[in-house]
Design a protein around this ligand. Structure first.
Ligand SMILES: *Cc1c(COP(=O)(O)O)cnc(C)c1O
Length: 428
């Protein structure tokens, strides 16, 4: 099928609910970090699939796995066993912890986490503490957890029991805990909120608070999981209070390079949540979400308490397994960390030159360039030069490049971003 973008927009105007702001581009094909539109233009995508395409477009291993699976079984319900679901759960355990429940999206995983936190704690407990500028999804529970008024407008009454603390403010969290609190839900690195990285001791502080009060500590790793930040899961980069006390290194105690090479080594010393949510990159671009829970917590999700018809279907599981295998076999955690340093070098140079760059926040392939001016114009200007980026939280140019991006692509993308930011600085 080839359709011009103009004709396609006319079809959308007539038949598609207009709840998205779309750029006037029809995408038709992608390969790695490149994507082509209906008019034959090629783009370097530094925000592929809104973070879902963690291995870029159509990663070969994932394509092969889907092709093999699709002619055998597409869907079977969870009244039966499939080999693929067990194997994917085993792989996630190997690189992380606990047991898995599979669903189809980030919001669905967060809903499951909210239910599990309530079920795994005494019956009178239902309240959950989340953080300003968080993002947890658009279904009513996940939306209520999302502490950003703009997303709540017009949708009340919301779900009861949520309260909100400033990010990185442990005292504020403590003051919100009461006898009815069942959990704390946090992104170790806030994505949509502008790439805000939890302070070195913050997650360990939350872990201690949760232990003292019998709360479920929930990490929303929908965006940060699956190698996005240079380790399998972001939490593996935060050291526990015990291991921080033993370490002589001042803050970010573990060498990131060695972490990337063997993140398993660090899990003993890291701040492990009770519950973790995954989606976005989880199955290399195929719709898939997961809830991971420590064994002793997972038992609270008894038969009948929760379900998802499509959850854990063989197609998504095959794609998920292939995603893990590609990250392992191509040593993509190392690539992620090396390319992160390469981006950081380029951006640091640019920040020397341009005073409009206020702060750079970067961990793996999660990059925020915070400007003193609105960031939105950068998106269109980069797009006109063939590079796709995102703007969030008014002033932040955000990149979520594929973790298998190449050095040449980093250089090419940063050359365009640098030109665009220079131009914006001149106009400001
Ligand atoms: C994207 C995102 C979600 C929501 O995921 P959907 O698949 O859109 O429902 C939840 N939490 C975080 C941290 C996210 O980045």
């Amino acid at each position: 099928m080839t359709i011009t973008t103009a004709d396609n927009i006319a079809v959308f105007d007539q038949y598609v609910i207009p709840n998205y702001t779309r750029y006037p581009i029809t995408l038709v094909r992608g390969e790695g970090s490149h994507v082509w539109d209906a008019e034959g233009n090629r783009y370097l995508d530094l925000f592929p699939g809104w973070g879902c395409n963690i291995l870029g477009y159509c990663p070969p291993g994932v394509v092969r796995a889907i092709q093999e699976q699709v002619s055998r079984l597409i869907h079977v319900p969870n009244t039966w066993y499939t080999e693929a679901q067990g194997e994917f759960a085993r792989l996630l355990h190997t690189h992380g912890f606990g047991k898995a429940f599979f669903c189809n999206s980030g919001a669905e995983a967060v809903e499951g986490a909210i239910k599990l936190a309530r079920l795994a704690t005494p019956e009178n407990r239902y309240k959950i503490i989340t953080f300003h500028n968080s993002f947890h999804g658009r279904t009513l529970g996940a939306l209520t957890a999302t502490a950003q008024p703009k997303y709540h407008a017009g949708l009340g009454p919301l779900v009861a029991g949520f309260s909100y603390a400033p990010f990185n403010d442990l005292d504020a969290v403590e003051s919100l805990v009461d006898d009815e609190t069942c959990g704390i839900l946090i992104e170790p690195i806030q994505g949509e909120g502008g790439v805000n990285i939890a302070a070195d001791d913050f997650l360990a502080g939350l872990r201690q608070l949760a232990d003292e009060h019998g709360l479920m500590l929930i990490f929303d790793e929908v965006q940060t999981g699956m190698g996005r930040t240079g380790t399998w899961f972001a939490y593996q980069q935060w050291k526990s209070r015990e291991s921080r006390a033993e370490s002589r290194e001042p803050e970010f105690g573990v060498d990131r390079k060695s972490l990337a090479l063997d993140s398993g080594l660090s899990s003993l010393d890291s701040v492990c949540p009770d519950i973790m949510t995954l989606a976005k990159g989880l199955a290399g671009g195929v719709a898939c979400g997961a809830l991971i829970a420590k064994d002793e917590v997972a038992t609270a999700l008894k038969p009948g308490t929760h379900a998802s018809t499509f959850g854990g279907n063989p197609l998504a599981m095959a794609a998920g397994i292939a995603t893990v295998r590609m990250i392992e076999e191509d040593d993509l955690l190392t690539n992620c960390t090396e390319m992160s340093d390469r981006f950081a070098g380029h951006i640091a140079e640019l920040a020397e030159e341009l005073s409009i760059i206020e702060e750079v926040r970067i961990r793996g392939m999660m990059i925020g360039i915070d400007l003193a001016i609105p960031a939105t114009p950068a998106v269109k200007k980069c797009m006109d030069r063939g590079v796709l980026v995102n703007a969030t939280h008014d002033t932040v140019v955000r990149l979520l490049p594929a973790i298998n991006i190449t050095a040449e692509q980093v250089d090419e993308g940063m050359a365009v971003i640098s030109d665009v930011l220079r131009e914006m600085a001149a106009e400001a």
